[in-house]
Design a protein around this ligand. Sequence first.
Ligand SMILES: [Ca+2]
Ligand SMILES: [Ca+2]
Ligand SMILES: [Ca+2]
Length: 432
Amino acid sequence: MSYLDKESHLGLLVVTVFQFNVHNAIIMKSHEFLVVLLSVNTFKCLVDGQSVPTLPRLIGDISVAAPAFADIHESSDSSLPYAERFTLYLSTFKPFQIKTDPVLYVRSPGRYLYNVTNWPIDILANSALWPNNPDLLPKSVVPGYEGIVQPSGFLVPGKTKGQLQLYNMNAAIPSETEINIASSDANYSYHRTIWKDMDDDGDLDAVTARFHNTVEEQNFLWLENPGQAVPGWTQHTIYNQGPDVHFRNIQLNSSGLPFDCFIAGELWNERATLYCIPLDTKSGWNDPENIIMRIIDDTVGQTFDMLLEDFDNDGRIDFLLTSFDDRIRIGVKSGSVYIYEIPDDVFFTINGTWVRHVIADSFVPGGSNTMSPGTPQSFYPSAAYANEILPDGRNHRKWILVSGDDDGKIYVLRPTTDAANDFTPYEKNHSN
Ligand SMILES: [Ca+2]
Ligand SMILES: [Ca+2]
Ligand SMILES: [Ca+2]
């Protein structure tokens, strides 16, 4: 969610929905690229127990073949006019075609909020097999580069050789700046990159997770930033057979001591996990002896994506997880969105319980060997609502947008209260 039009406080939510069969790679139906607009004019303040309009208003949809992941990134160049700082990225993939899939982009999407039928969509590149979520490449990671890192690859035959491609979006022709920093490996699927200085030399390295040959191998690793725009960065393993798709970095405490941690949703191991090292160890993440691992939850099925944010505004970061339970719970297999309260002592089972709350459930995908829900994103429905201060001095709680993934819907999860420490289920609305 970004506020792309400052004058009228219009925001843009971009969601793609797609359906694929995890094991047989069968596309279930045709696809749409949906653009959803929210406005303060149509938004009404939420009141406990009172029915108020909550669905975002659809301003249009744009046909794109096989859309997959979408994201909007903001340039750090504050000299640009506000609307021109944003770029929208959209990855696509076609499982049955053993060839590369285009990544698309739209510059300054805020300029076209009232004219979605004429969006100037360009092809950024067509050199990756099964491109996944376009992650931010901030300025200063690689000299002269600011743009995206595009991870790719999946388990579908012919699409397993993924890459981590950097693009400098400030270049006149961004595709000409393409660099695959994971070019020195053979056959892995990548989904996420987090930029973090892993060797304490002052530059940001690429922390990522990957898998190979479906369930046979997963690696959590980092790629060493060589300080220049070159391919094939040196790879360092952090942990094997653990994180494989999505993860986040966070600082946590246990017994009053600070730890640097990654929380992971391990799709193939079907568990949410915690990996930590004591802060300020000299050898850091490069000495396996430093790493303490804990399973947070292995009872919720195929864990997928996550957020680490303070969802109830009590000053403590919470852990939101989407997961698809492949056991039959409600007559059919279904997925849920959970929020876990992160304990003070993350490694202890008595004082360190990760209290789990189901904030939305009954996500039922179509077909077999499918999943739902997918990627979550928090947002405020308007700038005015985001800036409003409650009587106790806190802000409103954020709403959560969730892709239904294989069920083809878009969901808005709205907290039914602004109270802290209250994780009763959110109001769940969907697009169709
Ligand atoms: Ca470094
Ligand atoms: Ca370095
Ligand atoms: Ca909290």
